[in-house]
Design a protein around this ligand. Structure first.
Ligand SMILES: Cc1ncc(C[n+]2csc(CCOP(=O)(O)OP(=O)(O)O)c2C)c(N)n1
Length: 344
């Protein structure tokens, strides 16, 4: 395989609108809706981290929306997906409740983890998002267990793990890849390669910037795509998803090359903590997954700029209403701290 990301890692490349190829553009209107909803929700969270209204650490995925949404377009509520510390986008892409997310980051009792987990402990089992685990690499083996369960249940479901390039440096990642491969488990490994682990660029941590080389080592089918191109992300999974649903699918490794617009944690852009960010950030903003998709949909005559503006405005209203509601929600009772330590 090509051991370098070449133009996929180039901030100045891939600014053009997205090509649909053989894909029907119509379902991507819904994809755009989900991506804008994630962006607006995270912008609202960022503002409230900045003012101190939100007290928990929040890792934002602004700029990475296409990877989450392109994968989620293939998923169904009986699948079991797992995320990590940066999972607002996965949760919302799969259809998790905006009210539940906002209440959770505000520590309220109606949050998806009853206000006990904050930004990094999200779950929405009703849509197949089983939980996010902020210990880097920790949820990857859990997704493999979900893949084993799916294989035994024979209903064509898949276990899914979302993680970053930094997580590929954990032992659990390699053990998980090996087991999924040896047992031919239906597991989707989604590496969002944003090229940073906290503040360290991949060029300072790894001999190569392609994470999919580990899929080669584990004899696993794989694809490395522009993670800011939702059609590319979706297309890369078509064959694997068909095989899972037919009950014949094994593991697949998807590397979505992307970039986060904000820093590792919080609302700042962290340009001062890495030379690459200072040089790259404005160009990566030009590779905006939302703008590129909106332009493509306009070009093929499926969503006009006016309709897109109306979509954005309706989403902004929904986000404002949901945020205002979350602020009125009660905090948990203090004794809940003890009552919820063990599951009964
Ligand atoms: C086992 C473990 N080590 C270190 C940390 C601290 N930590 C949190 S996120 C992170 C970087 C993760 O990078 P990556 O997996 O690429 O995800 P990204 O933040 O880029 O989305 C680190 C080192 C942790 N949470 N867990």
């Amino acid at each position: 395989m090509n051991q370098s990301l070449t133009s996929l890692a180039d901030a100045k490349a891939h600014h053009e609108p997205i090509a649909f190829g053989d894909a029907d553009p119509v379902p991507f209107v819904q994809a755009l809706h989900r991506m804008v909803r994630i962006r607006r929700a995270e912008e609202r969270i960022a503002e409230n981290v900045a003012t101190g209204v939100i007290k928990c650490p929040c890792h934002l995925a602004i700029g990475q929306e296409a990877a989450a949404v392109g994968v989620a377009m293939h998923l169904r509520s009986t699948d079991r997906a797992f995320g990590a510390h940066r999972s607002h986008a996965h949760f919302l892409a799969m259809g998790g409740s905006l009210d539940g997310l906002f209440a959770e980051v505000l520590g309220r009792d109606t949050g998806v983890s009853r206000g006990m987990g904050g930004s990094m402990h999200l779950a929405a089992k009703e849509v197949g998002f089983y939980g996010s685990v902020p210990i880097v690499g920790a949820s990857i083996p859990i997704a493999v267990g979900a893949g084993l369960a799916a294989q035994m249940d024979k209903k064509g479901d898949v276990g899914v793990s979302f993680f970053g390039d930094g997580a590929a440096e954990e032992g659990s990642f390699h053990e998980s890849m090996n087991l999924a491969s040896v047992m031919n488990l239906p597991v989707l490994f989604v590496c969002e390669n944003n090229m940073f682990a906290s503040h360290l660029h991949i060029s300072l941590r790894q001999p190569k910037n392609v994470v999919a080389r580990y899929a080669v080592a584990h004899a696993m089918p794989h694809a490395t795509v522009d993670g800011n191109d939702v059609v590319a992300v979706w297309s890369a999974l078509n064959a694997a998803a068909a095989a899972w649903r037919a009950g014949t699918g094994g593991p697949f490794f998807l590397e979505a090359v992307t970039y986060r617009w904000l820093g590792h944690v919080g609302h700042r852009d962290d340009q001062d903590v890495g030379v690459a960010r200072k040089d790259d950030l404005s160009d990566w903003k030009g590779r905006d997954p939302v703008r590129r998709l909106a332009e493509s949909l306009a070009t093929v005559g499926v969503l006009s700029p006016k309709e897109f503006a109306a979509m954005e405005s309706a989403i902004s209203d929904e986000v404002s209403t949901s945020w205002a509601k979350a602020l009125t929600q009660p905090f948990p009772e203090p004794n809940a701290l003890l009552n919820r330590v063990w599951a009964k």
